[in-house]
Design a protein around this ligand. Structure first.
Ligand code: ADP
Length: 433
């Protein structure tokens, strides 16, 4: 404004001076010319500003006289706003990325329960497709009747447990609806398939343990009651010895189960003990002594050990795994069968302990379940030979704790090979042996 007034004053002064010195007409002419020039310049400036206003993202006109100050204020404000918008957009993007990465599924629904957005986990849990499902009613997408009943409550205190068909297997989801904002809903889903499986396994395990212990306990109680009800001296000393012997057998069976359970629980819950150099051949020799006692000369043993091959590990754990595999071979191989025990370094660098027998073998359908706790392929033989059904579960745990693999190959009726394969990283260099 000041600049404009100064310009008008200068043109007026110039007009006045020229009018006084030369001719008043010349003075007026100069003044009118000056004012017209100012109007022209001003019009040009306004058109430059108008052009910029149509595209405020572009740089403002460089010089527009008296408008410069206003323009620089507007331009600064615009720049600040743009930075704020950019910051908000970045925040929003980060929040969306976080929501997308949530391990729980999240789905937003509008007042009519139409899907407005969902994250990756929700797409996986519910098989949603962002491109096609957005805008559609959730009732058309999730057709389980229990979901419809749950969703129509409109007040959701507890989550709903929902069974859905996943891509390759059924899934169990925990689904919770929540109100947020004005008439908007958030649906949260959590995949609890594994938790449910674990819970079932835990329940099965408790049932199995109870069952395993109840059988010998019932037999033991039966004997005790019989003995109690009998008149004193009605048993001969031979009978008494036989009864006590049978009772001891049942007690021993319970003891074996409890002892194996404790071993298993220690293996599952404790961190591995410090590894030491294991003279594996010595460990096998010891187990073979027990095996010979168990076999009572009924089997042929073939042995081949690389005495220089040592691994790092925990002696007590490895001893129990080795003894398990060898005694199993004896127990599940009929008389005159051959049991081949080897300890060698394989071509791929791993160390292999293998027990091969010519025994009863295992059918293909039993093979994958053999290391489950209390799983027995041949129940009768297992019980008759004092098996607890926990030996291979223990062996598998020991293998895992030594980065080793328990491999089982078998054909029903023609024998089995159980191997513990240790990676090269577990093998001690032979100089230190
Ligand atoms: P168990 O105490 O019953 O022997 P394990 O866990 O050691 O329990 O073995 C599980 C089951 O695997 C056994 O009940 C048996 O049916 C089968 N099995 C184990 N080793 C052999 C083998 N060498 N030959 C045939 N079957 C075997």
């Amino acid at each position: 404004m000041t600049k404009t007034l100064v310009s008008v004053a200068l043109w007026a002064l110039a007009g006045y001076l020229l009018g006084t010195w030369f001719n008043p007409h010349l003075g007026w002419g100069v003044l009118v010319f000056g004012l017209l020039l100012m109007i022209l310049v001003s019009g040009r400036q306004v058109s430059l500003i108008t052009r910029w206003a149509k595209d405020v993202e572009s740089a403002p006109p460089v010089s527009v006289g008296p408008w410069d100050d206003i323009l620089s204020l507007i331009y600064r404000k615009l720049r600040n706003d743009r930075q704020t918008i950019q910051r908000l957009e970045n925040d929003m993007q980060r929040m969306l990325e976080a929501a997308e990465a949530l391990p729980d599924g999240a789905v937003t629904l509008d007042g009519q329960m139409h899907l407005t957005w969902c994250n990756r986990s929700a797409r996986e849990h519910l098989g949603l497709l962002s491109e096609t499902d957005v805008g559609h009613s959730i009732f058309n997408i999730l057709r389980a009747p229990e979901f419809a009943i749950y969703a129509r409550q409109r007040r959701w205190k507890d989550p709903l447990q929902l069974h859905v068909q996943g891509v390759d297997q059924p899934k169990t989801l925990l689904l919770q609806l929540v109100n947020y904002g004005l008439n908007r809903y958030l649906m949260v889903t959590r995949d609890i398939t594994q938790i449910e499986k674990l819970e079932t396994t835990r329940k099965d395990f408790v049932a199995n343990v109870s069952h395993e212990l109840r059988t010998p306990l019932t037999v033991l109680t039966g004997f005790l009651e019989t003995l109690q009800d009998m008149p004193p001296d009605s048993l001969t000393s031979d009978q008494r010895l036989r009864y006590v012997g049978m009772m001891r057998e049942q007690a021993a069976r319970m003891e074996a189960i409890v002892s194996d359970l404790l071993t298993l629980s220690t293996l599952e819950s404790s961190s591995p003990a410090d590894a030491e150099a294991i003279d594996f051949s010595a460990l096998i020799h010891k187990a073979m002594q027990q095996a010979r006692v168990l076999s009572r000369g009924q089997h042929v043993f073939v042995e081949s050990y690389d005495d220089s091959l040592q691994v790092e590990g925990v002696a007590s754990e490895l001893a129990s795994a080795v003894s398990n595999l060898i005694t199993n071979a004896v127990r599940y191989t009929p008389q005159d069968g051959t049991i081949t025990v080897s300890w060698y370094r394989d071509d791929d660098g791993s160390a292999v302990f293998s027990v091969q027998d010519t025994g009863i073998g295992i059918s293909a359908q039993d093979l994958p379940r053999l290391t489950e706790r209390f799983y027995r392929a041949d129940r009768g033989r297992s019980r008759a030979t004092g098996g607890t059904g926990l030996g291979l579960a223990i062996t598998k745990h020991v293998a895992m704790r030594h980065d080793a693999e328990l491999r089982i190959e078998s054909r029903y009726g023609s024998g089995s090979t159980f191997s513990l394969v240790f990676p090269a990283t577990r093998i001690l260099p032979s100089e230190s042996t």
